[in-house]
Write a protein that binds this ligand. Structure first.
Ligand SMILES: *[C@@H]1O[C@H](CO)[C@@H](O)[C@H](O)[C@H]1NC(C)=O
Ligand SMILES: *[C@@H]1O[C@H](CO)[C@@H](O)[C@H](O)[C@H]1NC(C)=O
Ligand SMILES: *[C@@H]1O[C@H](CO)[C@@H](O)[C@H](O)[C@H]1NC(C)=O
Length: 319
């Protein structure tokens, strides 16, 4: 079988010339121009979430194969960033950003960015608490927000994927998104990660408690229609990946297909039972979606370290 990311090269129109990679920093650099040009013609994104930074054998997982194997990955999302109870205590999984655990990752992030890949952080996720901490007075909010902003700037993240899996009022994401836009400017990418069902119908199943329909109406640049949320990495797990219908119902509900990225599980161990769809089926679904919606927003995979493993492959997560 052709593995996960390889098939997703279907999404790309432009091919970069093949380079053999002996020195990732230097040789991959030639691609910069080609890759970034291709993105301006090709709205489809290939987003890869990374949360487990070790191989199944326990070795440090390198992100560079995503470049070296020409996977066409456009965005890498480092997951998950949590705000802990004491303001300013912020960790990527179990460790602060400046922990030696992450030294290699930050080096790789620079290489990826130099080669046209955007590297974002994911805030929140399954472990709760982060967003409840942002539901306070202005002073309380900023005591948590400013240290987060400092890290985003210091580690030069290109964006933040806001994954709210706890019930909060709509002004929690709104205040955060407005603050990020004000402080990081229009080039900073702000995305969110709702359940697909929270986009397919008002009142649909959701983990965040507020309506994404309402949020998207409010989350605009003041005095204009410009959206603050660049796109949604919808979680199309469970029964949702099976075919175009859920994506179609999202578009029918009024969402621009270019702003909806289909998030899927890369391996059957990564989520709910039955959430995983074998690669041939996924490939067919993507083809159908691209025909139906030429501006189809793209694909996101959760997650990198075991991508393809349920498809009977040897361990090569970059494929
Ligand atoms: C990679 O490039 C750097 C900078 O030019 C150089 O110092 C290093 O020796 C190169 N590494 C390899 C393996 O070629
Ligand atoms: C958020 O704040 C509002 C008003 O300050 C309060 O009513 C609500 O209970 C808070 N929610 C949580 C989850 O703390
Ligand atoms: C969130 O999901 C619940 C069911 O899980 C639903 O009752 C509620 O209406 C949804 N809320 C919004 C704002 O869509």
């Amino acid at each position: 079988m052709e593995m996960f990311l390889l098939l997703l090269s279907l999404l790309a129109f432009f091919r970069v010339s093949t380079t053999s990679i002996a020195n990732a920093t230097i040789q991959v650099q030639d691609e910069v121009v080609v890759r970034s040009e291709s993105y301006s013609y090709e709205p489809s994104r290939l987003v890869m979430y990374v949360q487990t930074f070790k191989t199944p054998q326990g070795q440090l997982l390198s992100l560079l194969p995503l470049l070296q194997h020409h996977t066409k990955v456009t965005h890498i999302v480092l997951a998950s960033i949590h705000l802990h109870e004491e303001p300013g205590v912020i960790r990527l999984n179990d460790d602060p950003f400046n922990s030696p655990t992450w030294d290699t990752i930050w080096e790789e992030v620079k290489i990826l960015q130099n080669n046209g890949v955007k590297v974002m952080g994911m805030l929140g996720g399954a472990a709760g608490g982060t967003f409840i901490r942002l539901n306070g007075t202005e002073a309380e909010f900023y005591s948590y927000y400013h240290p987060l902003l400092d890290l985003i700037q210091k580690y030069n993240l290109d964006g933040l994927d806001i994954d709210i899996e706890e019930r909060v009022r709509i002004n929690v994401p709104l205040r955060l998104i407005n603050a990020l836009r004000r402080d990081m400017g229009p080039n900073f990418i702000i995305t969110m990660a709702p359940l697909a069902s929270a986009l397919s119908e008002r009142g649909g199943q959701n983990l965040s408690g507020f309506s994404y329909f309402d949020l998207d109406i409010f989350a605009t640049v003041p005095g204009s229609d410009e959206k603050l949320i660049s796109w949604y990495n919808g979680m199309f797990y469970g029964g949702f990946t099976r075919g175009p219908p859920i994506f179609q119902s999202i578009v029918d509900a009024g969402w621009d297909p270019a702003r909806v990225v289909m998030g899927v599980l890369d391996c059957s161990d990564d989520g709910q039972p039955n959430g995983f769809v074998r690669i041939e089926r996924l490939q067919e679904n993507i083809r159908n979606l691209r025909v139906m919606y030429p501006s189809f927003g793209g694909i996101a995979g959760w997650e990198y370290y075991d991508a393809g493993m349920s498809d009977g492959d040897v361990y090569q997560p970059w494929r």
